[in-house]
Design a protein. Structure first.
Ligand SMILES: Nc1nc2c(ncn2[C@@H]2O[C@H](COP(=O)(O)OP(=O)(O)O)[C@@H](O)[C@H]2O)c(=O)[nH]1
Ligand SMILES: [Mg+2]
Ligand SMILES: [Zn+2]
Length: 350
């Protein structure tokens, strides 16, 4: 028997369930997504579930269950079930599906905190941190930066300096799986019933950190290739695990590319402090790019705004704009397509 409140079940979710036509059935949380089925934690135990046709119908792939989703199922046999409904999502981390302009991919849903994991070796990248941070904040998820492998040699001064512009917006932890005293503060930071998604490139130590937090081997970890400095993809799926006495941890495989998947423009201005200068910009609708006299450009010229951070801001701004306009266009296309096919049906009926 599982106590689902340890997995985050609460009154708000209960209320959401009451709105479903399947409210009399059982609920559970998706712990992992396999190719053809879903692993679901229910009160009765762990189940393997498939999707009912009505759930599939009319949904885009990003709307299908992802790790962390709360679902309603009809049980059958021993430990099997059919998913008949998905409770509305909250705090869902999306990314842009690679190779597409405007398709989203759901990474994890109903998450409270995102641990953005970076290792203190050659993989350390402030630009990547910013990218994760923007998308995380966009969904009202709290970002936390975890800098792993602190047992390796690194320049603390350089690291602090490069993170200065984002450091006040999120807690930062330095960890090493070789020193339990660096893991303890992270564990203390995790509250009971809180869901945490771990994101970051492969090989940075996400699975190792989860194992260290749980004090047992939950996930297998990879050897780092000496030549490329990269980890092999050991974790191949997004999977949820309950940490003893507190917290729900969601491991994810490293992604090569984490593309923005929403209109992040306001979040971007805030993170990069551009909004402070933009307010005093005398041009309305200014893009803050090359307009002479623009207050933001001025701040860059006088060094109040760091050039690298500003360039990063522009790049992400462009990417988010590109995503949202393509998505908007696509929706318009889909709408007119469905209008055309409705029209066609009507003509056929005549
Ligand atoms: N020196 C050192 N190595 C670590 C640390 N954490 C993880 N590693 C190593 O980094 C490699 C990749 O770790 P893994 O957890 O599989 O990374 P993931 O792909 O992000 O899940 C493994 O060889 C780990 O032993 C650390 O704190 N210090
Ligand atoms: Mg892993
Ligand atoms: Zn301007």
């Amino acid at each position: 028997m599982n106590n689902l409140s340890l997995y985050g079940w609460n009154d708000t979710l209960f209320q959401l369930k009451q709105a479903s036509q399947y409210k009399h059935l059982y609920h559970g949380r998706v712990a992992a997504v396999n190719k053809t089925n879903y692993e679901v934690i229910a009160q009765s135990g762990r189940l393997l579930c498939e999707l009912a046709g009505n759930v599939l119908y009319g949904r885009s792939s990003f709307e299908l269950p992802c790790t962390g989703d709360w679902i309603i199922f009809q049980p059958f046999d021993d430990n099997k079930g059919i998913i008949v409904d998905i409770l509305p999502r909250k705090h869902t981390l999306y990314r842009r599906k690679s190779g597409t302009l405007s398709d989203r991919q759901a990474i994890a849903s109903h998450v409270d905190k995102a641990f953005i994991v970076q290792s203190l070796d050659i993989n350390f990248s402030v630009r990547r941190t910013e990218r994760f941070m923007v998308q995380v904040l966009e969904e009202n998820i709290q970002p936390i930066l975890i800098l792993t492998k602190s047992d390796l040699e690194f320049n603390r001064h350089e690291v602090d300096k490069s993170l200065k512009h984002i450091a006040r917006q999120m807690p930062i932890f330095f960890t090493s799986i070789l020193s339990p005293e660096t893991i303890l503060p992270v564990r203390k930071f995790i509250q009971q019933e809180e869901s945490i998604v771990f994101v970051g490139s492969s090989g940075v130590g996400k699975s190792s950190l989860i194992n260290a937090l749980c004090e047992r081997t939950v996930f297998s970890t990879s050897e780092i290739s000496k030549s490329s400095g990269k980890g092999r993809h050991t974790s191949t799926r997004r999977e949820m695990v309950l940490m003893e006495d507190s917290g729900i941890l969601i491991d994810t495989p490293g992604v090569r590319e984490f593309g923005l998947a929403s209109d992040n423009s306001e979040t971007l201005s805030e993170i990069f402090d551009v909004s402070d200068f933009a307010e005093s910009c005398r041009f309305e609708n200014c893009m803050h790019v090359d307009e002479p006299g623009c207050a933001v450009v001025e701040a860059v010229n006088t060094g109040l705004l760091e050039l690298e951070a500003y360039n990063s801001y522009l790049k992400l701004q462009k990417e988010s704009w590109y995503f949202s306009t393509s998505e908007h266009e696509k929706r318009k296309r889909d709408k007119s397509f469905s209008r055309i096919s409705d029209e066609a049906k009507r003509i056929k009926r005549r």
